[in-house]
Design a protein around this ligand. Structure first.
Ligand SMILES: Nc1ncnc2c1ncn2[C@@H]1O[C@H](COP(=O)(O)OP(=O)(O)O)[C@@H](O)[C@H]1O
Ligand SMILES: [Mg+2]
Length: 260
């Protein structure tokens, strides 16, 4: 059994970037069992860079990334930002989902009957089983996000890491997605990047604001004053019973994102 406060991944004094360019300085973050961390911050602030450090895709210039592997299950399931996916890559939805098991393929390169049945169950859960033989180029943005979610979940990870999973997702599925995450959080830690702080605050337990460095906020309630203190150009706007957010500095990448 894992202890509720067991450490799973730690970033210790991490400074990182690309080439000679530093994107994140002195980042400290611990992901514990049961965590549900919302990552917010402006475009280009380094959210995706932080995720790449967590999953080991990017090595820090200085500092350490420490993985605390428990048992022989998979540690990390990862849903990349949709803009990083090459939709022209000729691969079917089913193959995308199963590719989340890459290291666990049998020695003959095939997937077991059991793995295929888990893949099908996941696709059914998110309503894309009927699309399993389609190539990813034929999917809508929202359908692709669902396939990527299945891919992230198929290894039943201890930490589920999601980079803007709600981009392109219709509001119907968005609600379902968050409910699904809430259930999953009973058995796995979740780290989710989102532009939409207002919606996520009712699901996440803590918030990290990433803007050249990381400010950890030990609660899911955050005020405009605190955001300003973190130098995080996101504003909370009252929006009916649910607070809503806008980015104060719209970068080009999220221009399509205004309709939240
Ligand atoms: N592969 C890369 N090579 C060079 N610079 C990059 C690369 N990826 C991101 N950057 C730069 O790093 C900064 C942070 O980007 P990113 O982590 O994607 O921010 P966010 O996810 O918060 O929008 C930006 O200035 C971006 O241009
Ligand atoms: Mg990003």
């Amino acid at each position: 059994m894992t202890n509720p406060t067991d450490k799973l991944i730690e970033l210790v004094n991490v400074t990182a970037g690309y080439g000679k360019n530093i994107v994140l300085r002195n980042v400290n973050l611990t992901i514990n069992t049961n965590d549900f961390i919302g990552i917010i911050g402006p475009n280009g602030g380094g959210k995706t860079t932080l995720i790449k450090l967590l999953i080991g895709q990017l090595k820090p210039f200085t500092g350490e990334v420490i993985y605390h592997t428990k048992g022989n299950g998979s540690l990390i399931g990862y849903l990349p930002q949709a803009s990083q996916i090459d939709k022209n890559f000729p691969i079917s939805v089913r193959e995308v989902v199963l590719s989340g098991l890459l290291e666990k393929k049998g020695i003959f390169g095939g997937y077991s009957r059991q793995q295929k049945s888990v893949a099908l169950d996941l696709m059914k859960q998110v309503g894309i089983a009927n699309l399993q033989n389609k190539s990813i180029g034929q999917l809508s943005g929202g359908q692709l996000q669902r396939a990527l979610l299945c891919r992230a979940l198929i290894s039943d990870p201890q930490v589920l890491i999601l980079d803007e999973p709600n981009t392109y997702v219709d509001s119907n599925f968005e609600g379902e997605l968050y409910e699904m995450l809430r259930k999953l959080n009973e058995r796995m830690a979740i780290v989710m990047v989102s532009h939409d702080l207002g919606t996520i605050t009712s699901y996440v337990k803590t918030i990290a604001c990433v803007n050249g460095t990381l400010f950890y906020h030990q609660s899911n309630q955050i005020t405009n004053e605190q955001l300003a203190a973190y130098n995080c150009p996101i504003q909370i706007i009252a929006h009916g019973p649910v607070p809503h957010t806008v980015l104060l500095d719209h970068g080009k990448e999220n221009q399509h994102n205004h309709n939240h």
